[in-house]
Design a binder for this molecule. Sequence first.
Ligand code: NDP
Length: 498
Amino acid sequence: MTAVRVPGTPTIEDGRLVSTSPATGAEAGRFPAASPADVERAVARARDAAGWWAGLGFDGRRERLLRWRRLLARRIEELAELVHLEGGKPVADAIVEVATAVEHVDWAARNARRVLGPRRVRSRLVLAEFSAHLEYQPFGVVGVIGPWNYPVFTPIGSVAYALAAGNTVVLKPSEYTPAVGQWLVDTFAEVVGEQPVFTAVHGLGDVGAALCHSGVNKIAFTGSTATAKKVMAACAESLTPVLLEAGGKDAMIVDSDADLDAAADACVWGALTNAGQTCIGIERVYAVEPVFDAFVGKVVERAGRLTVGADGADIGPITMPSQLDVIRRHIDDALARGGRAVLGGADAVQPPYVRPTVLVDVPEDASAVREETFGPTVTINRVRDADEAVDRANAVPYGLGGSVFGRRRAVAVARRLRSGMASVNSALTFAGMSTLPFGGVGDSGFGRIHGEDGLREFARPKAITRRRARSLLPAMTFDRTPADVDRLVKAIKMMYGR
Ligand code: NDP
């Protein structure tokens, strides 16, 4: 069957998933669409490879992952061009994305042994006759389901950490970015050719659903909250553990002592990079009354300078054509409820592009303030003080990241944001900090990628106690005597009863 092609909308043609540029309609690649049986075969192959990969140990995996990191770094332009072709992202943004991913591969490879490797932990007096040992063992096969907006950075946030922990991985890339997913798999196979350690299955949402039912030992999902719920429900049937990195509606708070130029720069970047199609993108700003007008002026001046278009522009096309309707609806709703467009506005949506749009004084119940817009738009509302800003920022079900600009109170305000992450006097920077965990609360999901928590997410703790002496207070045996129990009572009162 041959479907009618809309640029950027993937189609299945003769059993193949065809991916095209949202800007030009140029074909980015075609890949066999997997059936449920294909997914099961891929998982079975990954399971066969899992013993070999785990058996390489931390050092063997580190050496191979660092080889992949070298390849990714050396071919950064090639991968960025493919990201640009398939998703429409400006090449410079794609370079930043790949650079961040490379850093995560490096960190995960270098730190897996330290974080997950076998170690002694301290015994407590109450069981002093035993030594305690802890290690983190791989799950086996991890299924990674990825979105299209950061098709390198997002899957690698799970893939690199899962591989470093000793798992093999089956990736289901978004149907909008299969070529990028396949590129990652192919280049990994160039440096680890012995076994199918990291493979991909392609297709539409049903392939992701099949992966959830395939018997993988863990699913790492990144995508919308609605799909996250389906994934969790599917995984519940087999008690397959899940990591859910879902959507966001991140807020920036601009306090009275903020550097307004720096805040405006970070706001424009945080809201408009990748045409606003960023899970941790700044979608709402709360600026305190005394600096509101000056801040808005600086944002409009900066955002108004940005270029929109296919090649070499600051802002590329909207990757998923259906998202254009959502963005238009949010702008229209904000204006209908009394908000004002100080840049862009009602006619900003010009498929496949959206011109930068800055909306002010938008009621808090407008969809532009409450729902994920995923476009180059931002609302800026005035607040009395930072306390009111925190209350409003926290009043949505999402809780992914956030940003605070200010001096005296900024870190304290960042702590109070109901979110998994925050940047003070910058935006989005936590995503590139490989030593820090990445993930959200509430509708933004749970579990963590990146950092030590990100490594532990892909391993199960294994706890071992080992007897090293006879028990002075034998309690866990039927050979204990009433005198032993009396001594235990005395000891507990002495140790804990004071
Ligand atoms: P979707 O939820 O539409 O899709 C995510 C992935 O899930 C895709 O690979 C999709 O396949 C697959 N999928 C679809 N249906 C099912 C199903 N029933 N079972 C299993 N898998 C399924 O999200 P988008 O791709 O549109 O990504 C954008 C969203 O991702 C935004 O909400 C964004 O905020 C969020 N995101 C979150 C991040 C985070 O770290 N928290 C990072 C980046 C994005 P297919 O594409 O073929 O439909």
